[in-house]
Design a protein around this ligand. Structure first.
Ligand SMILES: NC(=O)c1ccc[n+]([C@@H]2O[C@H](COP(=O)([O-])OP(=O)(O)OC[C@H]3O[C@@H](n4cnc5c(N)ncnc54)[C@H](OP(=O)(O)O)[C@@H]3O)[C@@H](O)[C@H]2O)c1
Length: 318
């Protein structure tokens, strides 16, 4: 099977932009369906990319836009729940996958690659992980002769413009002491370029049909170690204080009512289970995981433009 036209849902986001860039200048036609085409015009220089304004939750829109597509990549996900129509966990993580499967079948799409998350399970402690887990189940159940599906479950993803290390970096710049919840929660951060490569490698690979891939980087870190790593890379001398489990829970309950929802009770619940891999699924796709040191100093360390060049080369795989 060869993918000629790929439609990416959530293609304007952090991971989506990397996948689109990996497909740039290939013979694949890329359609990015977005609720905010004006905000995402920066993607238009990719010559084989078409930005389509439309609501991914509208079934008629989905069927229309998938009519000339053979492969769909679904990256839609939200970190915090919401009451706005289409914006909450249930709508983004469960209802949209259901609609997508129906639209794929109705439009003759043969390949569906779906982004879940490490730890996603209907039995997981947080609503984020539960809804991601139920959506993943729906996608896996849809696998068949007419529609080949593959699911990806990354740990936390890092790279320039990430939401994770950059948030800690912003806080570290502000004060000499940083108080963090759940300091011993364990993560295995994966580079966004490796996640993008996993999608590209799996796209036309028969061995990946019907499979789930847990995606992790080469090293396990506690949250405290990650924050201390950021401070070190930034050349800042900072004291990192970890909250107890009880205080972390309280912080989540209080902070979820603040604008921006930097930290919520659901985030606290997600961090009560380790976010690490038991094997190396990335290697099955022929990808060697990139460590923090190869990338993070170039966007948090204030290295000069000339030094950044080597990261750009790495991103472009040149
Ligand atoms: N980043 C991580 O550390 C990480 C870790 C594990 C799993 N994941 C999963 O990986 C996927 C991509 O993550 P990301 O970091 O690239 O996310 P992101 O930067 O927030 O991008 C998500 C994209 O999804 C679209 N979107 C958001 N809410 C939507 C909604 N309610 N309905 C329809 N579209 C919506 C947005 O596109 P428009 O605004 O253009 O419509 C946005 O560009 C998500 O499913 C996420 O759960 C991410």
């Amino acid at each position: 099977m060869h993918s000629d036209t790929v439609c990416i849902l959530g293609g304007t986001g952090f991971v989506g932009r990397h996948i689109a860039n990996r497909l740039a200048n290939t013979d694949v036609r890329i359609k990015v369906l977005t609720g905010h085409p004006e905000r995402n015009r920066h993607l238009l220089p990719i010559p084989n990319l078409q930005l389509i304004g439309g609501n991914a939750h509208d079934e008629a829109t989905l069927r229309r836009e998938l009519a000339d597509v053979d492969t769909v990549i679904n990256l839609v996900g939200v970190l915090n729940d919401s009451n706005k129509p289409g914006a909450g966990f249930e709508a983004a993580h469960v209802e949209l996958p259901d609609k997508l499967v129906s639209a794929c079948r109705a439009s003759g799409v043969e390949r569906l690659l779906h982004m879940s998350a490490l730890g996603a399970s209907p039995e997981a402690p947080s609503r984020y992980q539960q809804t991601k887990g139920r959506g993943e189940q729906r996608i896996m159940a849809a696998h068949g002769d007419d529609l080949a599906v593959t699911v990806f479950r990354p740990s936390v993803v890092f790279g320039r413009e990430d939401n994770f290390l950059n948030t800690f970096a912003s806080m570290l710049r502000l004060a000499p002491v940083l108080v963090i919840p759940m300091p011993e929660a364990r993560f295995q951060p994966i580079y966004v370029g490796d996640v993008a490569d996993a999608f590209i490698q799996a796209m036309d690979r028969r061995a990946s049909f019907g499979q789930r891939y847990d995606l992790c980087g080469p090293e396990v870190y506690t949250l405290r170690q990650l924050v201390e790593y950021c401070a070190r890379v930034m050349g800042l001398k900072r004291r990192v204080i970890g909250l107890s489990d009880g205080l972390s829970r309280l912080q989540g309950r209080i902070m979820q009512h603040l604008p921006g929802k930097l930290y919520t009770y659901d985030n606290y619940l997600s961090a009560t289970v380790d976010n690490v891999c038991s094997g190396n699924d990335l290697a099955e796709l022929g990808i060697q995981a990139t460590g923090l040191d190869a990338v993070v100093p170039y966007y948090l360390g204030g290295r000069r433009q000339r030094q950044r060049y080597s990261e750009y080369r790495r991103l472009a795989r040149r």
